[in-house]
Design a protein around this ligand. Sequence first.
Ligand code: NAP
Ligand code: ZN
Ligand code: ZN
Length: 353
Amino acid sequence: MFHAHGYAAHDSHSPLVPFTFERRAPGVNDVVIDILYTGVCHSDLHQAQDDWGGSLYPMVPGHEIIGRVTQVGSGVHKFKVGDLAGVGCMVDSCRHCSACKEDLEVYCEEGPTVTYNGRERVSGQPTFGGYSDIIVVDEHFVVKVSPELDLKAVAPLLCAGITTYSPLRHWKVGPGQKVGVIGLGGLGHMGVKFAKALGATVVMITTSPDKGKDAQRLGADEVLLSTDPAAMKAHGNSFDFLLNTIPVSHDINPYLALLRRDRTMAMVGVLTELDPPPAGINLIMGRKSVAGSAIGGMKETQEMMDFCAEHGIVSEVEMIAIQDINQAYERLVKNDVKYRFVIDMASLKNEVS
Ligand code: NAP
Ligand code: ZN
Ligand code: ZN
């Protein structure tokens, strides 16, 4: 067993506070990782404040984890001590269902074991995430990280990166297509970068006029202000694919009007019901689809990491100390981050020592 230190939520409405807990002793296939950086995903906030119901407390959030391997089990073959390592949203799955066999562990028919706010499959112990100094994970759920990239800015790839890369690949986004990314936060800004790198013409679809200034730097060809009905009308019936990252219930009907016939909008942001719901007519006329997508499997996560290394793609980050996490959550709610907070975990070590 390892004594671990981190920050935890103890209920749905109190600030996160320092917390000490135990990590399991490494098994044969486990790697022990000293955490360097952890990204702050909007899902951390949703779960800490129990927006989706069923949250387990105390909860140590964090599923965008970059660290260095300090110990490996005897059966580990992918990693050695000193290697860089990344951990995302899952730490286990059943490994034998059809989804697991097809490298789609996130869609495990028995449910994947999530990095925090879940329970370990064998012991039933709660899982604790990356707002902490150390983590122990089966190597199957750990990805290799290129030392060439800025590690701080790599952390968000483990969730924001794969969650946007996977649907863009699944719906075969590429040259000659017009792709819209809706919501320019942690996920959305990665969606813009990936869609551009895949060769599409990319439109940032935002509620925030000031984010338009960043469009070119992020790789977008155009900006569409979704609060401007005339601009929305002008782009009507023109998109080949839409990636919707909006984190809260909203009206998707105006976005459906942007799609061409037979095209799809993939939802990755909102997990709760849509209000108002989509009108049937907006799907029927034009044979349009609304789909969903969850992170990505481990094989694809490694592919995405390698794609980023090859194309020099990282996240735009604002570094924070762990002691600033509650303020960061407040700013996230106010849509005041460009475009991902990342915790420098050295700040936690300073507190502990
Ligand atoms: P984020 O950084 O807060 O970004 C969300 C963006 O959505 C905001 O920057 C804003 O962009 C836009 N937005 C916010 N409120 C809005 C509203 N009321 N109406 C219209 N647009 C709004 O969040 P994130 O970390 O990217 O996460 C986005 C969502 O994805 C969260 O709900 C998270 O839980 C979910 N998620 C899902 C998966 C998955 O596997 N499917 C994985 C990770 C996260 P503009 O200012 O540009 O409008
Ligand atoms: Zn996430
Ligand atoms: Zn499975």
